[in-house]
Design a protein around this ligand. Structure first.
Ligand code: MLT
Length: 411
């Protein structure tokens, strides 16, 4: 009898974004003439930067020649991409990494889920609430939780509330936890952790022999160079943290797929007999067994994002999205809405007007302003009463969406 993984039955029926897509499609089917503006899922809208397109195209051409053809690539990614990453993302910030501490992959979403299998099933997990749903759902799939309660929280998972009182950056857990997901700049709230806050997280992880799963997918949106972009800018982090980075939001790769995960060789976990085992070797073992790498043209395209032209062009794209975030944040704020985020992240986190529930506001926003947001409750019970607006869109759409929101819900 092929028993299913019953952990899947604990999950809510659908993942958040497909559910939003379903509601939007249903609305559009009934209102064919409505021009719906999508500020829901955080998906980039600008085309790939010219430097990236050129490198991508050249690499495809190279693959079509006898001398330039390549089959399976190096397991952890091509040296040229690892070196560009090391130089630009780490050395420039005072962090030294070895090449073999960087694993090129096809996405941080996959990596944050997959990484769990190198840790024991009995490991406990902490997440913030609200949270990127992938951390919770993959923890549930891996059997690290009990059933969901009536508030949507899963038994056995430690939820750390991110709210207005703590600036949406919770302190580390008070109790012992083995694995802790931390995303900064944060999806969904747009909050960013300071050096002091991250230092407390690293100290906590080291004291508790816990592993921090640090998701820095939005680091390119940090506007203040004093704010840390990598957890490894904090002393001692190499002993306790894995970092996830992505080209999705930073270089428009949501459809191209390229990311990387850093697993320092100094990071160890405990075997059942108490022996300390290097986590880097386990992740290499996992990846080489279950993953065949990212294609050569995609890695060339990714490396081009780090070239002088690529950095300039993608920097302009980020500035475009951040200007959208500013318009949303300031426009809504000036009209009396309570808004957060949008300063170092492409997400604006707004309190729903008149104390409306998140999904109620989502539905009314769609029906009355033809604007799609993401209901805060979809990110966890502490997101109830909020809605996330994504800055990934054209200037025209963002200003039009803002006008419509103010018209429909402004006082
Ligand atoms: C989001 O909207 O939260 C993101 O697009 C999801 C993701 O990056 O997977």
């Amino acid at each position: 009898m092929a028993r299913i993984n019953a952990n899947y039955q604990k999950l809510r029926a659908g993942y958040l974004f497909p559910e939003i897509g379903r509601r939007v499609r249903a609305f559009e089917a009934e209102h064919a003439d409505a021009r719906v503006i999508r500020l829901g899922i955080g998906d980039v809208t600008l085309p790939l930067a010219p430097a990236i397109v050129k490198a991508f195209r050249d690499a495809v051409d190279e693959m079509g020649t006898t001398s330039g053809f390549r089959g399976y690539g190096p397991e952890q990614g091509y040296d040229f991409l690892q070196d560009a990453i090391r130089e630009h993302d780490f050395t420039s910030r005072g962090v030294s990494l070895d090449r073999d501490e960087i694993f090129i992959s096809d996405g941080s979403k996959c990596d944050t889920g997959n990484v769990q299998e190198i840790f024991g099933a009995e490991c406990t997990v902490a997440v913030t609430d609200p949270v990127y749903p992938v951390y919770v759902d993959t923890s549930v799939m891996a059997g690290r939780s009990g059933a969901a309660g009536s508030d949507g929280r899963f038994a056995g998972i430690h939820y750390l509330v991110a709210n207005e009182a703590n600036g949406f950056v919770p302190e580390p857990p008070a109790s012992r936890v083995d694995l802790a997901f931390l995303c900064t700049p944060n999806n969904p709230t747009g909050a960013v952790a300071t050096r002091e806050q991250l230092t407390r997280w690293v100290e906590w992880a080291r004291r508790n022999d816990a592993v921090l799963l640090f998701d820095a997918a939005y680091e390119a949106y940090i506007q203040d160079s004093d704010l840390p972009r990598s957890i490894y800018e904090i002393d001692g982090a190499k002993q306790c943290a894995i970092e996830f980075r992505s080209l999705s939001k930073r270089a428009g790769f949501t459809g191209v797929r390229c990311a990387y995960t850093v697993v320092p060789k100094a990071l160890t976990g405990t075997a059942p007999d108490g022996e300390r085992i290097g986590v880097n070797a386990l992740w290499l073992r996992r990846q080489t067994t279950k993953f065949n790498g990212v294609s050569y043209p995609v890695q060339c395209a990714a490396a081009a994002a780090y070239s002088p032209d690529g950095l300039k062009q993608t920097g302009e794209q980020i500035a475009h999205y951040m200007e959208n975030a500013r318009l949303l944040r300031e426009g809504l704020g000036a009209a009396g809405f309570t808004v957060f985020g949008g300063l170092h992240a492409p997400y604006v986190w707004m309190r729903t007007p008149q104390g409306m529930g998140s999904w109620e506001f989502f539905d009314r926003l769609l029906a009355e302003a033809h604007v799609v947001g993401t209901p805060g409750a979809g990110f966890g019970p502490a997101g109830e009463g909020y809605l996330r607006l994504s800055a990934f869109n054209s200037r025209e759409n963002v200003t039009l969406a803002l006008d419509r929101i103010l018209e429909a819900f402004g006082s």
